[in-house]
Ligand binder design. Structure first.
Ligand code: BV8
Length: 243
């Protein structure tokens, strides 16, 4: 396993198709707590599986909405950071780059990335729990829970909860990129949540090379040809400069 920007830059310079998977770590420098950090303070007594599941929502929609509204607030205040921006710029410097994100914050798009595959949806969109489509909310309702403007059913955040399937189009596009890429960039993810974490394994099985960018080691680190052990907001601009 090599370390350092020159090795990463050399691999990126010669890649035919780069598949990138990002996790909450790339948004950490925008001030957005990673998924587990989001369960601190008021929410520290909950585990992700107790809030980010259909069961939790059906049991207590108010509590789940309060958590999502507090996360939406921090996302609305956040700006893309140099890591997001360097990744958007990188796409214009290589023959082909597919960006798959586990993040639901929309910051890659705000940084200028195009064709972003939102593997776990987007927290800022509302989805009708009956029509299963992205909808506008109706005005304030009696029980002050957000409701669908067309059918009056509860709306939920348009994200993938634990135990729910990945949206079919996102799954198909991400799998195709992991199967076809010759270089896989894993950035800011603990590689713990499946099937997202399986994308790197798919790429490896097809003989792709892996680069990991993360201040901490993960289960993927040993399989990476190059590890940039630091924050994405520093490492990605560094890679771009080294190209
Ligand atoms: C499914 C959206 C089946 C919601 C999210 C046992 C074993 C294996 C799997 C399972 C199991 N039991 C259950 C499962 C399946 C389960 C799963 O994987 N569970 C885990 C906990 C074991 N998966 C599912 O349920 C998935 N669905 O399997 O469905 C099915 C199939 C067909 C039909 C029906 C059903 C759905 C999973 C999606 C859940 N939704 N998010 C929301 O956001 O509210 S997951 C959420 O957590 C994130 O999206 C991300 O994917 C995941 C991890 O979040 P974090 O830990 O916060 O972030 P991350 O992992 O990225 O960690 C931060 C990293 O950044 C760290 O490594 C840190 O070092 C690094 N970092 C920090 N600062 C920086 C940095 N890196 C770079 N720069 C920095 N500055």
């Amino acid at each position: 396993m090599a370390t350092g920007l020159p090795s990463a830059a050399q691999l990126i310079r010669t890649a035919r198709h780069i598949c990138v998977l990002t996790g909450a770590g790339i948004s950490a420098e925008s001030g957005i707590p990673t998924f587990r950090d989001a369960l601190t303070g008021l929410w520290e007594r909950f585990r992700p599986e107790e809030l980010a599941t259909p069961e939790a929502f059906n049991r207590n929609p108010r509590r789940v909405w309060d958590w999502y509204e507090s996360r939406r607030e921090s996302i609305r205040r956040a700006e893309p950071n140099p890591g997001h921006r360097a990744l958007a710029a990188l796409a214009g410097r290589v023959p082909r780059l597919t960006l798959v994100t586990q993040n639901v914050d929309g910051l890659h798009q705000r940084a200028g990335s195009e064709g972003v595959i939102e593997y776990h949806g987007n927290i800022l969109r509302d989805r009708c729990t009956v029509e299963q489509t992205v909808v506008q909310r109706a005005g304030a309702s009696g029980d002050d829970l957000p409701r669908c403007s067309s059918c009056g059913a509860l709306v939920r955040p348009d994200v993938v909860w634990f135990g729910e399937a990945i949206p079919a189009a996102a799954m198909r596009l991400a799998d195709a990129a992991a199967l076809d890429c010759d270089l896989f960039l894993s950035i800011g993810t603990s590689s713990l949540v499946y099937p997202a974490a399986g994308l790197a394994e798919t790429a490896l099985r097809r003989g792709a090379t892996v680069i990991e960018i993360n201040p901490q080691p993960t289960d993927l680190s040993d399989a990476a040809a190059v590890v940039l052990r630091g924050p994405a907001g520093v490492m990605l601009p560094g890679v771009l400069d080294a190209l």
